[in-house]
Design a protein around this ligand. Structure first.
Ligand SMILES: [Fe+2]
Length: 303
């Protein structure tokens, strides 16, 4: 599923309202994005999904290949493969897409903390590096990089994970698992390293963006069975986000978030996904028989 959202150029020639195309991945309710600059034909892929069927351990590149086909059709050159955080519900396709395109991969610099945390959970060997060197670039809060003629700034936005960042380009912000659609609320904070108070702080940073900023979230769980949606604005979130309207301060929000998280089962792929995603979206190396194996720690995430 794809929805294009082209916007006009600002008078100074700088793209203030970049083109955003969204691709909903229904198996994990994830939203993948292509952020592009028509003036240069350059683009970034944000939160691409590597397909995975846990019932048989099969991976596939249908979603990622769809992004590549889209870029090819539009004549776009892929400069960046960006993740907002190490995902717990799907494999990142960053490793695959880097191999296919040679584009640079990036994530937030605090991914090193997530690597350290999960290296211990998985009891990974000493050779597993926790310095973030699995990505080409680690972004710090406030850092600015370019996609063609677009300036993209990095907003550190932890809470859902220790390392989450948002990407802000003109009037578009990719806010992953912070605020979800207003009728669903906010992202959970109960994974290792999650923190409801930190999420509140991140949400305040996002709500401080201009009212008409287009907010693109990382998932949509289609409450009430409505069609998938992923775009809102700061003004809409302020007015109608079901968690923000119930909780107007940090302590109330954190209590609400923790109470809700206590009712949620762990995502079914969390133990599958993190070991791939802390390695930059790379599957474990093949063993002597040519097969790659995942590790499954028992009783590591007892609630
Ligand atoms: Fe997530």
């Amino acid at each position: 599923m794809n929805e294009s959202s082209p916007r006009p150029r600002a008078p100074d020639g700088r793209m203030k309202s970049p083109t955003v195309d969204a691709f909903f991945e229904p198996r994990t309710c994830s939203v993948q994005y292509v952020l592009s600059d028509p003036s240069s034909g350059r683009c970034a892929l944000i939160d691409p999904v590597l397909d995975y069927d846990e019932t048989c351990g099969a991976t596939a590149t249908i979603s990622a290949d769809g992004l590549l086909a889209f870029a090819r059709e539009r004549g776009l050159t892929i400069d960046w493969i960006l993740d907002t955080h190490p995902h717990a519900d799907h494999f990142s396709a960053a490793g695959y897409l880097r191999e296919k395109t040679g584009a640079k991969t990036a994530i937030g610099e605090h991914v090193t903390k997530v690597q350290t945390l999960w290296k211990a959970i998985y009891n990974l060997p000493d050779t597993f590096r926790t310095d973030g060197s699995q990505w080409d670039r680690l972004f710090a809060d406030g850092e600015i990089f370019r996609v063609g003629n677009l300036d993209v700034s990095v907003l550190f936005s932890p809470g859902h994970t220790l390392a989450s960042i948002s990407y802000v380009a003109g009037d578009a912000a990719f806010i992953h698992d912070t605020l979800l659609m207003p009728d669903f609320g906010t992202a959970r904070c109960d994974f290792p390293g999650g923190d409801a108070q930190a999420l509140w702080g991140s949400i305040q940073r996002i709500l401080a963006l201009p009212d008409l900023t287009r907010l693109f979230c990382g998932h949509d769980y289609q409450p009430g069975g409505r069609p998938p949606a992923w775009e809102s604005t700061v003004a809409e979130q302020r007015a109608s986000n079901v968690h923000l309207t119930q909780a107007g301060d940090e302590a109330t929000f954190a209590a609400l978030r923790r109470a809700r998280d206590a009712t949620l089962p762990m995502p079914k792929l969390i133990l599958h996904a993190l070991q791939v995603n802390i390695a930059g979206g790379r599957l474990p190396a093949s063993e002597s028989n040519g097969t790659s194996y995942l590790r499954l720690p028992l009783n590591a995430l007892k609630r």
